[in-house]
Write a protein that binds this ligand. Structure first.
Ligand code: 0L1
Ligand code: MG
Length: 263
């Protein structure tokens, strides 16, 4: 019997949930289950989230990952991906990152949409995607891969719900028509030192393109984005480590600043 044959969608979801619960990083699943393909990885992701929902968490939206060149180059993966957001991942603006609950958290600035209408592919364009957006916010995602040193292949990270851990939505709400999101800049600093900058154009040319991509990718799995959902459009810059005592600020031109402290 090959090593592959002990693996199923269920066992892969189990090991990832166990790694998260015990704060224990592990080697990529594909090291053992080489046959894990993208379609099956999304089934693992769905199973893992179904378990969280069965324990009382609520689905609140979708995140995109690896939508910027900075992230793609850093992770060595050139395909964007989608994953799920639950209310268990919400971190209130100003609340510290609970590093003691996580393995090796990193944070990354993102542009966040809240949908006013259902958005369903296929055929969604950036323009039709933006027409469904009710509000735009600054955001910071806290990622925490369950894999050692954030080393993974595309199926591994898809199965791991794209390293999701927590996310913060900023307190300033803007209407999409009031902003040019391609030009919206974020300056990222750690303990007062600027470490990176990016504009919204870093995200697929425009965050609306990322939103359209999510709608069309979900449609391929017979899924849609629902009215009221939050969409994280993907890290604009590379992610930075967050440690106790650190203060990280993501300062946007028009969307305000989000301060994240490691606790
Ligand atoms: O927003 C993002 O690009 C998150 C990607 C998730 C994969 C990772 O960097 O761990
Ligand atoms: Mg992200």
């Amino acid at each position: 019997m090959s090593r592959d044959s002990i693996w199923t969608v269920e066992t892969a979801a189990d090991v990832l949930l166990e790694a998260e619960a015990t704060r224990t990083d592990r080697h990529p699943i594909t090291d053992d289950w080489a046959a894990l393909d993208l379609e099956t990885a999304y089934q693992v992701q769905d199973r893992l989230i179904a378990r969280k929902l069965a324990l009382g968490e609520k689905l609140v939206g979708v995140k995109l990952g690896l939508t910027s060149r900075a992230k793609q180059q850093r992770m060595g993966i050139s395909s964007p991906l989608t994953a799920w957001l639950t209310d268990g991942m919400v971190l209130a603006a100003g609340a510290p990152v609970p590093t003691h609950e996580l393995i090796h958290p990193r944070v990354e600035p993102e542009i966040v949409f809240v949908l006013g209408e259902k958005l369903e592919g296929p055929g969604v364009t950036a323009a039709s995607a933006m027409a469904a957006v009710r509000s735009v916010y600054a955001g910071v995602e806290v990622i925490d891969s369950r894999y050692t040193d954030f080393r993974f292949t595309l199926p591994d990270v898809v199965a791991d719900n794209a390293s999701s851990a927590r996310f913060v939505r900023g307190e300033i709400e803007r209407h999409p028509a009031d902003l040019d999101l391609a030009l919206e800049t974020c300056v990222l600093s750690v303990n007062g030192v600027v470490v990176d900058t990016a504009t919204g154009a870093a995200v697929q040319g425009h965050p609306a393109e990322a939103l359209a991509l999510a709608a069309n990718a979900l449609a391929a799995r017979s899924l849609a984005l629902e009215a009221g959902w939050i969409v994280l459009t993907g890290g604009m810059t590379d992610a930075v480590c967050v440690e106790p005592g650190q203060q990280i600020v993501a300062e946007f031109t028009n969307l305000g600043a989000i301060t994240i402290a490691g606790a």
